[in-house]
Design a protein around this ligand. Structure first.
Ligand code: PLP
Length: 506
């Protein structure tokens, strides 16, 4: 892996005449890319629809892409069997139970989580897994919930459970400009745990905003000081080896579609058995109890994962999780990691090097510009030659015209965005006070006019099926903004409300 600072490798505004010339430069700078060649063959077979339909897919942090072979295997399984609702004794149910439990076992094996120590709970997505912990964790007065600024909203949301139960909520700051957890500050906050009360520390193994990888060593460090540790692995697991047996988090959360595209609707909470025992579920549902009485109004929660899987699990899709994990194993997650590292290095160094004729940079990169402890997520904002911010929604709109799929906004990670843009509470206050009335577009323009800052950015992310051509074509697209004024780039034509885009469906 090439960890050198990237800005020195390529001269500013390097514009290779054609893709072949650029590819040669790339392979010289990243010779290990050649070792990932098997993925080019897969791209031509299992992911051929990308090139057939001329898609440039660069939103792997939003969602992974499934291989055609995964779908075929899944369809064959469905069409050649008769399956009933699992966990009964009839033959169709037993057949289904075996596949669901086989997938559960496979998840544990894949992450090297010993079944003696860990339980895998299927959830609708990573958010569902996070909510299970949040609603059940024994927060109380004198207890604490500590979390990184760099968290997805589905982790931020846990603070509402903590606050309701009277626990103290603290955020660990990030360092600028690299957006890493401020470790001296973290150490100070970690000393504040009173071991007599519940103390939960939550952070992402990889940021969905900046791609920063926060050290897994923090798990031990926090636990030594009396904390239970929740690591959100949703953005980390798709392109990194994760050895749960080595790091031993109390709780780890995943969404499988981010790892291998299909199935959607299934996530997982990996919980250490000792940590699972601390959780008190606030309700019960079909499937989560051994016995319940309506007259007596009592219930007994089932042991293990059964107590946490509400109602009927997505049983026809769960076997697809095993197929997806096997697909990753066949490619080898380290090969995927290497490929993503090479591509994101090239993307970063070239984007970062783009300069208008007056020498001003085209983009501002949020987070590290080298490859040390970072994944394949690159988040930037574009500026015109006079330093005016280009509306990220307009950038997305223009990318759409070229069939380039990128993500814009704050990606449900407002904390990283606030720190990256140095947004202060005063900057944000008008949006909060008026929020319901003014909506996001007006808030964005207010913010930009009053502070010159942005409530969002452009995220480009590479993953399993990415190739050099994807990155090359995005760089060509980005070069199109050089030396254009913001007026020339124009204004966005679609509406966006909250974090969701509103389009006329006609
Ligand atoms: C780091 C991280 N955590 C949690 C989530 C939530 O995942 P889901 O929407 O699948 O529940 C995401 C989704 O983007 C994420 O990137």
């Amino acid at each position: 892996m090439n960890n050198s600072p990237i800005q020195s490798i390529i001269p500013a505004n390097y514009q290779p005449k054609n893709m072949a010339a650029a590819f040669e430069q790339f392979t010289q700078a990243y010779p290990t890319y050649a070792e990932t060649e098997a993925i080019d063959q897969l791209r031509a077979t299992d992911y051929s629809r990308l090139d057939e339909q001329k898609h440039i897919y660069l939103d792997y942090t939003g969602g992974g892409l499934y291989a055609e072979s995964q779908i075929q295997q899944h369809m064959t399984m469905l069409s050649q069997n008769v399956f009933g609702n699992p966990h009964s004794n009839n033959p169709t149910s037993v057949a289904m139970t075996n596949l669901v439990e086989g997938a559960r076992k496979y998840v544990l094996e894949y992450f090297n989580a010993s079944p003696d120590e860990y339980i895998a709970i299927f959830t609708p997505n990573a958010s569902g897994a996070l909510k299970l912990v949040g609603e059940s964790y024994p927060f109380q007065a004198d207890g604490r919930f500590l979390l990184a600024f760099d968290n997805h909203n589905s982790v931020n949301g846990i603070r509402e459970f903590a606050r309701t139960k009277g626990a103290t909520v603290d955020y660990v700051p990030l360092t600028m400009p690299n957006l890493r957890i401020d470790q001296p500050e973290l150490d100070k906050l970690l000393t504040q745990a009173d071991p007599a009360h519940g103390n939960l520390f939550a952070y992402p193994a990889q940021s969905n905003f900046s791609g920063v990888q926060h050290p897994l060593e923090l798990i031990d460090r926090a636990r030594d000081k009396g904390w239970d540790v929740l690591v959100d692995c949703a953005a980390f697991a798709p392109t990194n080896r994760l050895d749960i047996g080595r790091w031993l988090p109390d709780y780890a959360t995943f969404s499988f579609y981010k790892m291998f595209g299909f199935p959607t609707g299934i996530g997982c909470l990996l919980a250490r058995k000792s940590a699972l025992q601390k959780l008190n579920r606030p309700w019960f549902a079909g499937g989560t109890i051994t016995l319940a009485s309506t007259q007596g109004q009592w219930h007994h929660l089932a042991q293990g994962e059964a107590g946490f899987e509400d109602g009927t699990v997505d049983y026809l899709n769960i076997p697809g999780v095993k197929t997806g994990l096997q697909h990753l194993e066949a490619i080898d997650i380290d090969t995927i990691h290497e490929r993503v590292t090479c591509l994101s290095g090239w993307l970063l160094q070239n984007l970062y090097g783009l300069r208008h004729q007056n020498g001003k940079p085209l983009v501002r990169v949020y987070g590290p510009t080298d490859l040390e402890m970072r994944g394949g997520t690159v988040t930037v904002n574009f500026y015109d030659p006079s330093g005016n911010l280009l509306d990220y929604r307009r950038v997305e709109e223009l990318a759409n015209e070229q069939n380039i799929s990128i993500r814009t906004g704050c990606f449900c990670n407002p904390g990283a965005n606030e720190i990256a843009e140095a947004l202060t509470e005063e900057d944000i206050a008008p949006g909060f006070e008026e929020g319901k009335r003014i909506g996001l577009p007006v808030f964005m323009s207010l913010l930009e006019h009053s502070t010159g800052k942005s409530a969002g950015a452009v995220r480009i992310s590479v993953g399993l099926a990415s190739n050099f051509a994807d990155v090359y074509q995005f760089l060509n697209f980005a070069q199109g903004f050089l030396d254009k004024s913001s007026e020339k780039v124009g204004h966005v034509t679609f509406e966006i409300e909250n974090c969701r885009v509103i389009r006329d469906g006609s």
